[in-house]
Design a protein around this ligand. Structure first.
Ligand code: M6R
Length: 614
């Protein structure tokens, strides 16, 4: 959340910062700003809303700013204070000589603010960040050295931060530091870049230094000095990034989300390459570094994740318990980290995250690592902070996902969970060979089945139109598709702002059924298998309360025609693999409803793709 870009070198800085911020828009898009070192002073420009507003704000000054070759920029997802120009970053000290951009939350900002106000600092914004600007500036007044001032100031900060700071009296210097928030330095020829994420500078350099917590980097066009918080010199580890600059294109689709939904068959094919050759050969998961013995000795698994990744984790629990007989707990990371969790060397802890940098999940991982658990990370970003904590790293290889609403990364996480569960079952010998072979054979043809669904998307679009005027939407399912109901509801909420809720269908009559009447759509995820008949009865119960019934089903049972007002059919699939198939129409329903309502599908209000604050 929030993106930071910095540059110091010999080239005009404005476009470098703006292009970098554009690559980081997935981290927030409610306001943005830049600070540029000019001949006499540091000039700050800010704008509310999307980055294009900042571009417009800067356009009249384009010529005069070409001489500026160092600066910092920020794209914001508001935590403290509404998304206004005053609260947008960069923030400054009272005289305007010191400027700062920040990602994270300073938890003790109120106490610090009171102290600084007592010393005469005048605050303009409601942000926690402005406190850091005044704090560093007041220390700078005593030590007259920006690096030293930052080192002393950060000792007083509680919480999480990535910071880039400039001072007018130190032209060309940017000081960068971080704690529990990402910050990377791109190393060029007589120039340095600083950013929250690699895409911000990958088109300029592939050499990078990943800052560790509490390290302080001081960059000028010609030099980089890395120190710890006490000023001890550290030798920087420069890494060669295995990245190619990607021109993000919608490839003719109206939105990235629709493009990403269509990429899902290929995402699955890519993941299976090298891991699942044929239905008769064992799964190859070189990424799992647990020995056969440790795998056999495991007495418990905990899976921690947030949002859509949490729904993938819930499917993971179902199949790992079913295939391997190991007890699995699933928990939202934000709950896991604030209680006494029981975890030890016999517990495998699995963290699931598209971005690999979700703050709550990262904290949870670090906690369980310190208690001796083996950490297995399933992520789409093998270069992320979470991946760096992993003992075993399972990259999901979904490619860059631009749309804030996760689609292809979810299907990729599910595919990885199936591979992992089947692999563990093979190692432990907990599944019948015939069942293993059948599941593997069906996994290999899942991409074609998804293609069949996508080929009939017009029908799903028709369904979406029919229900787009609703204020509420209920999704029901049982068993392995209960997480699918949650995910379908989350997708709809996120991008259409319709109040959608997923329920285990058996729970309907314990309360939610009170909400049903002729205005309420109820979508039943009715996959053939162990709970089909039970769910059918639950659907009857909803129908009896006049709800507007929709079925998502792979059944051709004619009874359904009387029960449901609209039926979306999907191909036959083994119940155990059905979450991968069932979620596709739900992603499309959410997409088409949001598109029909004219919502900002790829960048829904109030959200960011990467949630780096707890
Ligand atoms: O990067 P992560 O998978 O850790 O992110 C977790 C959630 O923030 C994320 O899944 C969020 O719920 C998405 N917007 C869902 O579409």
């Amino acid at each position: 959340m929030c993106g930071i870009v910095g540059y110091t070198g010999k080239r005009p800085v404005v476009d470098i910062l703006l292009d970098g911020l554009e690559q980081l828009e997935y981290r927030g898009y409610d306001s943005s700003g830049v600070a540029l070192k000019c001949s006499e002073s540091i000039k700050v420009y800010k704008a509310e809303g999307k980055l294009k507003n900042l571009r417009e704000e800067l356009a009249p000054h384009a010529y005069e700013l070409t001489k500026s070759t160092s600066g910092i920029g920020h794209i914001r997802w508001a935590t403290h204070g509404s998304p206004t120009v005053v609260n947008a970053h960069p923030h400054t000290c009272n005289c305007g000589n010191l400027v700062i951009v920040h990602n994270g939350i300073i938890e003790n900002y109120k106490e610090l603010r009171a102290e600084l106000e007592a010393k005469g600092c005048k605050f303009k914004s409601q942000t926690d960040t402005e406190t850091v600007a005044h704090l560093v500036a007041s220390i700078y007044g005593e030590v007259r050295n920006l690096t030293k001032a930052v080192q002393l100031a950060t000792k007083k900060l509680e919480g999480a931060y990535a910071l880039c700071i400039m001072h007018n009296d130190e032209p060309g210097v940017i000081v960068a530091t971080k704690r529990n928030a990402p910050l990377i330095i791109g190393v060029g020829e007589n120039e340095f870049y600083i950013a929250s994420d690699v895409p911000a500078f990958i088109k300029h350099t592939k050499k990078a230094i990943y800052l560790n917590d509490n390290q302080v980097a001081t960059v000028t066009p010609d030099a980089l000095k890395l120190e710890d918080e006490n000023g001890m010199i550290i030798s920087p580890k420069v890494e060669q990034l295995p990245w190619e600059p990607v021109a993000l294109s919608k490839m003719g689709y109206k939105h990235f989300m629709l493009k990403e939904i269509h990429e899902q068959p290929d995402v699955i094919r890519n993941i299976l390459v090298g891991k699942l050759h044929t239905s008769d050969t064992p799964i190859v998961l070189d990424e799992v570094k647990l020995t056969k013995q440790t795998l056999k000795d495991l007495n418990r698994i905990q899976i921690i994740a947030c949002g859509t990744s949490l729904h993938a984790a819930m499917v993971g629990k179902y199949i790992i318990e079913g295939f391997c007989g190991i007890p699995v707990d699933v928990e939202a990371s934000s709950e896991y980290i604030y209680r006494k969790t029981v975890t030890d060397a016999h517990t495998l802890v699995i963290g699931v995250s598209q971005s690999g940098e979700t703050a709550d999940t990262l904290t949870a991982i670090k906690q369980s690592k310190s208690r001796g658990s083996h950490i297995l990370i399933i992520t789409n970003r093998p270069d992320s902070a979470m991946a760096r904590e992993a003992d075993s790293l399972v990259p999901v290889s979904a490619g860059i996902e631009v749309s804030v609403a996760a689609t292809k990364s979810y299907v990729a996480q599910l595919t990885s969970f199936y591979l992992l569960a089947l692999y563990m079952a093979e190692v432990k010998g907990t599944m019948e060979q015939a069942e293993l072979t059948a599941l593997k054979a069906e996994m290999l043809i899942l991409p074609q089945k998804i293609e069949q669904i996508l080929a009939h998307k017009d029908e799903i679009q028709r369904c979406a139109r029919k229900y787009s005027n609703t204020r509420d939407f209920i999704y029901i399912a049982r068993g392995i598709n209960y997480p699918t109901a949650l995910e379908g509801a989350l997708k709809l909420k996120e991008i259409s702002y319709i109040n959608a809720t997923g329920y285990p269908a058996g729970e309907l009559k314990h309360g939610p059924i009170a909400m049903l009447d002729e205005t309420m759509p109820v979508l039943s995820i009715l996959m053939k298998g162990s709970v089909y008949e039970k769910l059918l009865s639950n659907s009857e119960e909803a129908k009896a309360r006049n709800a507007r019934m929709v079925a998502l089903t792979n059944s051709t049972d004619p009874k359904l025609d009387d029960l449901f007002d609209f039926i979306i059919r999907v191909p036959e699939v083994n119940e155990l693999l059905s979450p991968i198939i069932a979620v596709i129409p739900l992603q499309l329903i959410a997409y088409y409803i949001a598109e029909f309502l004219g919502k900002d599908v790829d960048q829904p209000r109030n959200l960011a793709k990467s949630v780096t604050v707890e």
